[in-house]
Design a binder for this molecule. Sequence first.
Ligand SMILES: [Zn+2]
Length: 289
Amino acid sequence: MTESILSNEAPIRLGFFFGILALMALWELAAPRRRLTVSKSLRWINNLVLVFLNSLVLRLVFPVAALGVAALAQERGWGLLNALALPAWLKVVAAVLLLDLLIYGQHVAMHLAPPLWRLHRMHHADLDIDVTTGARFHPIEIVLSMAIKMGAVVALGVAPLAVLIFEVVLNVTAMFNHANVRLPGALDGVLRLFVVTPDMHRVHHSIEPAETNSNYGFNQPWWDRLFGTYRAQPAAGHDGMTIGISLFRAPRFLHLHMLLAQPFLSGAAAGGGGPREAAGAEESGDETR
Ligand SMILES: [Zn+2]
């Protein structure tokens, strides 16, 4: 069973990615949460080209990736979980939870450490948030994340099946919680006890720094509640809130080469100084529409 799942890794990943992408895209058309403010086709092309580019870069930098090092760790008996005598299913559950906690911690670090924020801010600079935002990351951040994950997989002794489950689930939940979809409030309230919902994650994409620095979870919502970073709703409401960050709001940042340049740009080149000036420019200039 495990063997056949792992030998069909590529079709499983692609199937979930395109399946959920199509499903969320249709849901966004049928019941959108917010009106989009910039060209959807331009954003979609950029964000999807980034997905392709990132897979290519990962393949070139890491020929074996997380699944490969998991197989090696299992074979050699490396890592915490490989040393413990626990049922296999329990190790899978523990590994998925531990990796999710790691991603939460990594995400917090991405926001707090200025050099890391330079890499991560391209994800936040998207002026609208929808299903493709969930896959919009700078290639350098993707390489760094993979290196950290591979280290964790070896240290924790995560089994290959757990790595695949974790990666596919994270991919699915990230596309779900970035989607511009409307869910009945009661349903959202119940769902967000178990998974990060679109309304919960949208708060994290607010231009307000206090809101950007909350709701770091991508999958399980419990870490935010446990570590005090949970924020239920945006202060301005989901319709009134501004998506993005104070930098990179000029139309030239809608182009792919400018997205890739973002980690290397200074505040001045990015079209704003501190959050204060940028907020002022936002009210008067409104150059994004
Ligand atoms: Zn973030």
